[in-house]
Write a protein of this length. Structure first.
Length: 165
């Protein structure tokens, strides 16, 4: 009986996993359909990651960071965990990705909110996967950029999720 339960659980889990992966591509758009303003922010992020030091990288990143990556009030500052963890990871690992950037996939979704307080934003999120260099193991990594709506102070696209490189 336990074996039957385990087998049925595995079959169900695998079936659900396949369904989840299929659904995750439901909102994909063609790479060429990525809005120019979003692509510009992605290119800025990659250039910022190539800064000489992590401190310079963090300072420059403030210009395009948003949502949960920044503190709740203006002037904008990075949350204390962003620089030593997610930003550092991308800063260290950007060397493993193609230059210029090769986008492999774009997924679009809507968000009712990202972040807290005055710097919280809602809008359209573009989850953009970029390809690794030839010979480097691993899958493409995503960067999420939001085009905000309804925040009078935050009107340009912002990077809202990093640390996957």
């Amino acid at each position: 009986m336990k074996k039957l339960f385990v087998i049925l659980t595995l079959i169900t889990t695998v079936g659900l996993a396949d369904n989840c992966f299929a659904q995750s591509k439901a909102n994909d758009i063609a790479v060429k359909s990525l809005p120019a303003e979003v692509k510009t922010v992605l290119d800025k992020y990659i250039k910022i990651l190539k800064s000489p030091t992590l401190d310079e990288c963090a300072t420059a990143f403030l210009t395009i960071a948003g949502g949960g990556l920044v503190n709740e009030t203006f002037p904008v500052t990075l949350r204390t965990t962003v620089k030593p963890y997610s930003l550092k990871k991308d800063f260290d690992d950007v060397k493993f990705y193609k230059d210029p950037v090769v986008i492999t996939r774009v997924n679009v979704s809507q968000s009712n909110g990202n972040g807290l307080g005055a710097t919280a934003i809602a809008g359209t999120i573009y989850k953009i996967w970029i390809q690794k260099k030839e010979g480097v193991a691993g899958l493409p990594a995503p960067v999420q950029i939001m085009v905000p709506k309804g925040n009078a102070e935050v009107t340009t696209p912002k990077v809202v999720n990093i640390g996957s490189f």
